[in-house]
Design a binder for this molecule. Structure first.
Ligand SMILES: *Cc1c(COP(=O)(O)O)cnc(C)c1O
Ligand code: SF4
Length: 425
C-alpha cells in the first residue's frame, strides 16, 4: 500500500484521475514501487513494450506485493516479462481468426445468433496475457460514431443476431454519455434481445463502476456483464463494491478467467477464486485455456492442468461455482468445452458412470422408448411447441447428424483425400 500514500485520498477513487495517472513506462514503475531492475533486464523489458504497451492503473499497481514481486500474480499479469519476446512457430497474431470472421470494422460474426462488437481499442490496464495483443493498444483509440454506426448497421441487417457482446479493448473506457449512445442505438434494434459487456474494470479499476454508470446500464436492460478475475488477491473492498453496484442494478455479472502458469494454475487457488466470486454474486462463466497468441508461451499450461482443476471443482463444490473450461479453437472454430470423463461405459439400456469421489455407478435406461420423429412440422407434432416467431435455423454440425429431418450421414473435410480420389474417377 506504500504506493497509495503518494496520492491524495480524494483523487484515488476518481476513475478519470486513475486513467490520467496510469503507469506507462518502466522508470515510473520503478519510481512508484521502489523496485529496481538491472540495466540489462531493463533494455529487454523496453523491447517488449514496443510489441505491446505497458499500462497499469495506480489502483491495480497498489495490489502488488513489492517484497515478493517476482511471484506476484498482479505483477505477472500487468508487468512485462522478457519471455514475451520469444515467439514460437505455432503461435499466431490472430489465433482465433477474428479478423477473418469480420464482415465490417469492429464486428466478429462467428456464431449465427450473436456477434462480438469491438467498441474500444484501449484498456486501463493491459493484461500481458491478452489474446488480442495484435490489436488492443497498438493505436490508442475509441472508434467515432460513424465507425460504430457501420457495426450497428450490420447488426440491424442481420435479424438472426439476438445477442450483442460489446468488447474491445475495454468498452467501459467510453465515457458514460458515449456508452449510453451506443447502448441506445443497439437497444433500438428489435431483434437484439440481450446486450453483454466484457470489461475488466471491476478488477483493474473498480472506481469506473460509478452510480451514474450503473444508472446508464439499467436503462438498457437486459444488460449482462462479464468481468475477468484471475486470482483471489484481486478481491478488495473496492472491487467488491463495484460488483455489488452492478448486481444491485440488476446486471447479471459473470466471470471469465484465463488459466495462467505461475498465476492461478492451482486447484486450491482456483477453488478459492470461485468461492470469492459466488460470495460476491458473480457467476463463474468460463475458464479459458490460454490462447496461441504470440509471446504467451510462458503463460501456457498443458490442457491437463485445466482438466485437473475441473476435476477438483465438479462435485466438490456448488454447481454454480464451477465454470466451463474452454479451449478457443485456433482458426475460428469457437469455444470448445473440455472436462474430465464421467461416462465410463454404455450398453443398450445401461450407462456406467463414475462420480467425483471415484464411485462407479450405473444408470438404468428405459428398455423401450418411443422416440419422437421430428420432421420440423411443429404444427403437426404431439409436443405442443408454440413459437410465435419461429426463429429457427438449420441444425449444423454434429447436431445435424443427430436429426431426423436432415439426411446428412457424415461430415467430411473438404480436402478429404479419399473423396477427392472418388471425384477424379
Ligand atoms: C466468445 C465469443 C462469443 C460469445 O460466446 P458465448 O459462448 O456465447 O459466450 C461470440 N463471438 C465470438 C467471436 C466469441 O469469441
Ligand atoms: S482487459 Fe481484456 S482486452 Fe484489455 S488487455 Fe486485458 S485481456 Fe486484453
Amino acid at each position: 500500500m506504500s504506493t497509495k500514500k503518494r496520492y491524495k485520498e480524494s483523487d484515488w477513487g476518481d476513475w478519470k484521475w486513475q486513467i490520467r495517472n496510469t503507469i506507462n513506462d518502466i522508470e515510473t514503475f520503478e519510481d512508484v514501487t521502489g523496485i529496481k531492475f538491472a540495466a540489462e533486464e531493463k533494455d529487454e523489458l523496453s523491447e517488449t513494450l514496443n510489441k505491446f504497451p505497458l499500462a497499469i492503473t495506480p489502483y491495480y499497481l497498489s495490489l502488488i506485493e513489492v517484497n515478493d514481486f517476482r511471484n506476484d500474480p498482479v505483477f505477472k499479469q500487468s508487468f512485462p516479462d522478457v519471455k514475451e519476446l520469444c515467439v514460437e512457430p505455432y503461435e499466431m497474431k490472430d489465433p482465433l481468426s477474428e479478423d477473418e470472421d469480420s464482415p465490417v470494422a469492429g464486428i466478429t460474426h462467428r456464431y449465427p445468433d450473436r456477434v462480438l462488437f469491438h467498441i474500444s481499442n484501449v484498456c486501463s490496464m493491459y493484461c500481458r496475457h491478452c489474446t488480442r495483443k495484435r490489436k488492443v493498444g497498438d493505436v490508442d483509440y475509441i472508434p467515432n460514431k460513424d465507425t460504430l454506426l457501420e457495426g450497428i448497421a450490420y447488426i440491424k441487417e442481420h435479424p438472426q443476431v439476438r445477442d450483442v457482446l460489446l468488447s474491445g479493448g475495454d468498452p467501459l473506457m467510453l465515457d458514460d454519455d458515449y456508452l449510453d449512445w451506443v447502448l441506445t442505438q443497439i437497444r433500438e434494434i428489435p431483434h437484439v434481445e440481450v446486450i453483454r459487456i466484457g470489461s475488466r474494470m471491476p478488477v483493474v479499476l473498480p472506481y469506473r463502476i460509478t452510480d451514474n454508470l450503473v444508472n446508464v446500464l439499467k436503462k438498457h436492460h437486459p444488460v449482462w456483464l462479464n468481468t475477468h478475475f484471475n486470482h483471489p488477491r484481486e478481491f478488495t473492498n473496492a472491487s467488491k463494491e463495484a460488483i455489488s453496484k452492478l448486481a444491485n442494478a440488476g446486471v447479471p455479472v459473470g466471470n471469465q478467467s484465463v488459466l495462467l502458469s505461475g498465476v492461478n494454475d492451482c486447484p486450491k487457488i482456483m477453488k478459492k477464486l470461485m468461492h470469492l466470486l459466488v460470495k460476491n454474486r458473480v457467476r463463474p462463466y468460463y475458464l479459458y485455456q490460454c490462447d496461441l497468441s504470440e509471446g504467451l508461451t510462458h503463460f501456457r499450461t498443458p490442457v491437463g492442468k485445466g482438466i485437473e482443476i475441473m476435476e477438483s471443482l465438479i462435485g466438490h463444490t456448488s454447481g454454480f461455482s464451477v465454470p466451463t473450461y474452454v479451449i478457443d479453437a485456433p482458426g475460428g472454430g469457437g469455444k470448445i468445452p473440455a472436462m474430465p470423463n464421467y461416462i465410463i461405459s454404455w450398453s443398450t439400456n445401461k450407462v456406467v458412470l463414475r462420480n467425483y469421489e471415484g464411485v462407479i455407478t450405473t444408470y438404468k435406461e428405459p428398455d423401450s422408448y418411443e422416440p419422437i420423429f421430428c420432421n420440423r412440422k411443429c404444427d403437426e407434432c404431439v409436443l405442443p411447441l408454440k413459437l410465435d416467431e419461429g426463429q429457427e435455423f438449420e441444425a449444423i454440425g454434429v447436431n445435424k447428424l443427430l436429426s431426423d429431418y436432415d439426411d446428412t450421414i457424415s461430415l467430411v473435410p473438404e480436402d478429404n483425400e479419399r473423396h477427392l480420389l472418388r471425384e477424379s474417377y
